[in-house]
Design a protein around this ligand. Structure first.
Ligand code: ZN
Length: 140
């Protein structure tokens, strides 16, 4: 999927199955690029779910399709609260220690590189790249 360099791509997400990402969070893979390392997904997050602390090793972009995402604790804590229709850009290097979903949420997300999961001291514990995303979506 998405390996052809000079072909366009058409995906109908309604025909794709949700794939387990982490507890309460699923995704549909729209595209990966082995050329640039970018990967594009739809995320579906249940109320009460959250992403583990991470650092972006490539810029990320999202468009909220449904629900609410609290980034860095949300607007009440000095972070960002993204709601339906909102667009967000996250530069490479940004750290997200807390990204929570207080209600059922769905958003389009593309990351232009890997994501490093980090511990409380900021040390990398795991790296998720386009190849890992592809392996989750299309296990051998
Ligand atoms: Zn993030």
């Amino acid at each position: 999927m998405g390996h052809a360099r000079f072909e366009d791509l058409y995906v109908s997400p309604g025909r794709l199955s949700w794939i387990e990402f982490s507890e309460g969070i699923r995704f549909k893979l729209l595209r990966v690029s082995s050329e640039t390392g970018a990967w594009t997904v739809l995320f579906h997050c249940l109320a009460g779910s959250s992403f583990a602390p991470h650092r972006h090793l490539g810029a990320g972009e999202y468009l909220m399709l449904k629900g609410k995402m609290e980034v860095r604790g949300g607007a009440g804590e000095g972070g960002v609260t993204a709601v339906t229709g909102d667009y967000g850009y996250e530069p490479s290097g940004v750290v997200h220690d807390s990204t929570c979903f207080v209600e059922e949420t769905e958003f389009f997300f593309t990351n232009h590189g890997p994501i490093a999961f980090i511990d409380a001291d900021g040390n990398t514990t795991a790296v998720l790249d386009w190849h890992d995303i592809l392996a989750l979506a299309e296990p051998r």
